[in-house]
Design a protein around this ligand. Sequence first.
Ligand code: TPP
Ligand code: SF4
Ligand code: MG
Length: 336
Amino acid sequence: MENIDYEDNGFFHSGHVACAGCSEPVAVRVILNAIGEDAIGVVSPSCSAMICGGFPMSTVKVPMFHTTLESAAASASGVKRALIARKKPETTVFCFVGDGGTYDIGLQALSSAAERNEDILYICFDNEGYMNTGGQKSSSTPLGAATGSTPSGKTTRKKNVIEMLAAHRIPYVATASPSHLNDLRAKIDKAKRIRGTKVIIVLIPCLPGWGVADDGAVRTARKAVDAGVFPLFEIEDGVSYRINAGRKDASERIEGYLEEQQRYRHLDARQVAELQAEIDFQWDRLRQRAAAPERGGLTGARAGEPPSCAGPSAGSVPAGAAAVPGAARGCGPRPG
Ligand SMILES: Cc1ncc(C[n+]2csc(CCOP(=O)(O)OP(=O)(O)O)c2C)c(N)n1
Ligand code: SF4
Ligand SMILES: [Mg+2]
């Protein structure tokens, strides 16, 4: 693991109940440290909810609102708008949600919040399955991976939620990994400075769910990045791509990544080659997009400042929020 040169602010206490060796708690610690004290979190049923602590226990120093699996983004939207109404627009509202709560069950709420460009920081801990409930397949589970509900391997690809979010043209979408903590922290710092909907998807290798050794979580996450399976990148305004870390050269193969996990052990050579071809395709596509950034459709569109809109859009501005610059333009609530 890389050294991280920061002073811990103590927003994450001891006593969490994650599996020993899970990398999610260290990601949570870095994220909370970067978000700071003036924050309210919304957490859906997931490993994150257990890590943050079930009421009345808490490992997190900031207030956490435990919501339903479907509604993290909607709940966060409400919390943010309430803060705006109470003249506290600068408070960061963030979500901790699993991939089941993001790619499947909460996707409607997330899409709606993104369409309204709500000023929330949405963090998805993507362990590629419903792990808190024993390891069932989600639509984030990759092709070929065995889960409790796909014992012979999943027959369809991982849903590309990142591209779906980019298609909403929200100001910031990024991927992150517990193997690259400085990158994770930098992305939280950056997202905090941006008004509007920010989504960061953090890969979390699940020890029991993926069949990873107790000391293998961070190593597996790093191999996912290095093999191009889970490259680290950012998309600003849905069009501007930047790769932060990924496959170092074209000879980098996925076998080393697959070997860390039991969920792929049933694959034969032909299936591994198919996975490699899919990774090659996705990696080349990403590099092309990063090399030739598209231009935003509206003049002046840039990260952190959603384009000014033609006029107010009825229904998108909550009562009392008109005093907030930007809200009256129908671009979603923004602090003054
Ligand atoms: C609508 C609904 N269906 C099912 C559940 C039961 N449930 C609680 S946590 C969970 C798993 C969530 O998976 P994910 O969001 O990926 O988080 P993880 O546990 O993997 O961290 C499920 C299915 C629920 N709470 N609500
Ligand atoms: S079930 Fe998986 S993701 Fe959840 S705490 Fe355990 S190792 Fe971490
Ligand atoms: Mg999950």
